[in-house]
Write a protein that binds this ligand. Structure first.
Ligand code: C2E
Ligand code: MG
Ligand code: MG
Length: 519
């Protein structure tokens, strides 16, 4: 007001300066601030403020009244909008920093907090807790129950560690940032994990929640929050197992492994197109009647000058990148062509192929396999589908049903690597199969009496249910003789032959029967 007076009165352009204090009050105190300061300004510039100070001319009443009214109106509206925008911004920011399901901080907030922790704390521990089967549970019960489980778990963690360092992502992930080694000291997490392993009753069902934890210890150094988050994920996915199936720890070697994985994955995608894949056939010998009962088709990858990578490694990578189906098609196609060719050459044997559980569970597999086989007019009963025992469980209804369907389609079902899974002789009886392949682990130790007895009882049981036993990885004559003694049906292994290229197998086949003829 004084300024307006000193600059000559309301006629002067400096009149507009009165807006500055109004804007400031609107900014700090919202609509109320805008209103009050505008009113004061209106009065100051009102009846006592001359129009022209030097000439002593006063303003018209209606002039200052209208000016006052306009000031009050704009001040109030301005204040209202400034506050409103601020509020909306705050809400939007909150929304980007919290998980809508749990209402607690999310990964964005984690990144923010990690950023400042890196600057202020030398080291801390990040733990990723994943509820691995929660989305399956959600299929059976109301979403709200599932949400309650998650929130219950968060509450327990907050109770143990305070709410500061807890974040959640989606429905199934909780991230915990604690001082280093805090988890061991407090034992809280172990207690909680154990507690959640008990079945939870919901809506008349009981559920067992499965938790899996990845742990990464940050110990200083230049790392971004994203690096840290990636490392705890890496620990979770492929870390070193500390407590079986629950805790996984980060290890520097994982980075190397992961880089190799990427490299393998990249070149694997082109392997078929570049003609780098081929199939070898390992003979399987029937030791009851001395015949070649069949071959197992095994995939090989020729990467040129690089050291070869075995299928036990690249099949796993292929599974991860969704490429295993292409490989299976490639192998099945090779087998079918080989069947036609060898049939014409008078070689009548069975053909075993390996298949992953995901492919079996995928409904389309059986149908495309059938189409491929029927097109060539080969016999399905000469095809054995091998599935590793590790993935076969007697309570996986869907898988059991598919194995049975395979049998109904005339394929033979072969349980591979038997003894490495969790089935007992009791439960294996519930699984539809035709052949049982005893894992090399047992054959390696078959000279030990207790192992021999164990294998003998497996063979006896399998025969009693009318099925066949194959021994894997037979390398010595001693092993072969023991297996003959305990009445194993067939053997496969380096003792008879390594996996062979087609022309090598043809020679093996000729030589084998020439030898028998000579005897
Ligand atoms: P598997 O199905 O149990 O195959 C037997 C493995 O033992 C083969 O290794 C074979 O070469 C090896 N083996 C056979 N006899 C002996 C022996 O006397 N001594 C020793 N030390 N090893 C012997 P390979 O070919 O490296 O395959 C490894 C695994 O990779 C296979 O185990 C199978 O699970 C998987 N695999 C191989 N080919 C395919 C494929 O086409 N598709 C899928 N899904 N998996 C495949
Ligand atoms: Mg196999
Ligand atoms: Mg095996």
């Amino acid at each position: 007001g004084l300024f307006v007076y000193l600059t000559g009165g309301t006629k002067s352009a400096y009149l507009q300066f009165i807006n500055i204090p109004i804007i400031i009050s609107a900014f700090f105190w919202g609509a109320k601030g805008g209103f009050i300061s505008a009113m004061i300004a209106g009065i100051i510039l009102g009846p006592f403020m001359p129009l022209n100070v030097s000439l002593g001319i006063m303003q018209n009443t209606h002039n200052w009244l209208i000016r006052g009214a306009i000031l009050i109106l704009t001040g109030t509206i301005m204040g209202y909008y400034i506050k409103k925008t601020e509020e909306l911004n705050r809400e939007a920011r909150m929304r980007t920093l919290t998980n809508p399901i749990t209402g607690i901080n999310n990964v964005n907030k984690l990144y923010d907090d990690l950023e400042s922790r890196i600057k202020t704390e030398g080291n801390f521990r990040v733990t990723l807790i994943k509820l691995t089967n929660i989305s399956e549970i959600e299929r059976y019960v109301n979403h709200n129950y599932v949400k309650d489980i998650l929130i219950g778990l968060i509450k327990e963690l907050e109770h143990g560690y305070g709410s500061e360092g807890i974040y959640s992502s989606g429905l199934d992930e909780i991230i915990l940032v604690t001082p280093p080694e805090c988890l061991e000291q407090k034992n809280t997490i172990e207690y909680i994990v154990k507690k959640y392993y008990d079945p939870i009753p919901i809506e008349g069902y009981t559920f067992k929640l499965k938790l899996k934890l990845g742990v990464y210890d940050y110990a200083g150094g230049i790392e971004t929050p994203i690096d840290i988050y990636n490392r705890v994920r890496m620990a979770y996915e492929q870390g070193e197992e500390k407590v079986s199936g629950i805790y996984y720890y980060y290890d520097k070697r994982l980075e190397v492994k992961r880089r190799q994985m990427y490299e393998i994955a990249g070149s694997l995608l082109n392997s078929i197109k570049n003609g780098e894949l081929y199939v070898v056939y390992q003979p399987k010998i029937n030791i009851i009647d001395n015949s070649i009962s069949g071959v197992e088709a095994l995939i090989r990858w020729d990467r040129g000058e690089d050291t070869p990578i075995g299928p036990d490694v690249f099949i796993r990578v292929a599974e991860e990148i969704g490429f295993v189906g292409e490989i299976t098609k490639f192998v099945l196609n090779a087998i079918i062509n080989q069947m036609v060719e060898w049939q014409d050459k008078g070689i009548h044997i069975n053909y075993a192929m390996n298949i992953t559980v995901d492919e079996l569970l995928d409904d389309s597999f059986i149908s495309w396999a059938k189409k491929m086989i029927d097109n060539k007019g080969v016999d399905r009963e000469n095809i054995e589908i091998e599935i590793t025992e590790r993935v076969v469980s007697h309570d996986n209804e869907k898988l059991l049903q598919i194995l049975q369907e395979l049998q109904e389609e005339n394929y033979k079902v072969s349980i591979d690597d038997f003894g490495t899974g969790y089935n007992s002789l009791m439960s294996i009886g519930e699984i539809p199969f035709d052949l049982l392949k005893i894992d090399k682990y047992f054959i390696d130790r078959i000279h030990r009496l207790e192992i021999r007895e164990l294998v003998a009882s497996i063979i006896e049981f399998t025969h009693r249910v009318g099925k066949t036993v194959v021994a894997e990885g037979v390398e010595t004559e001693e092993q072969l003789n023991i297996l003959k003694e305990i009445k194993c049906d067939s053997v496969q292994g380096y003792y008879f032959s390594k996996p062979l290229l087609p022309h090598q197998f043809e020679k093996f086949h000729r030589d084998f029967y020439d030898m028998i003829d000579m005897k």
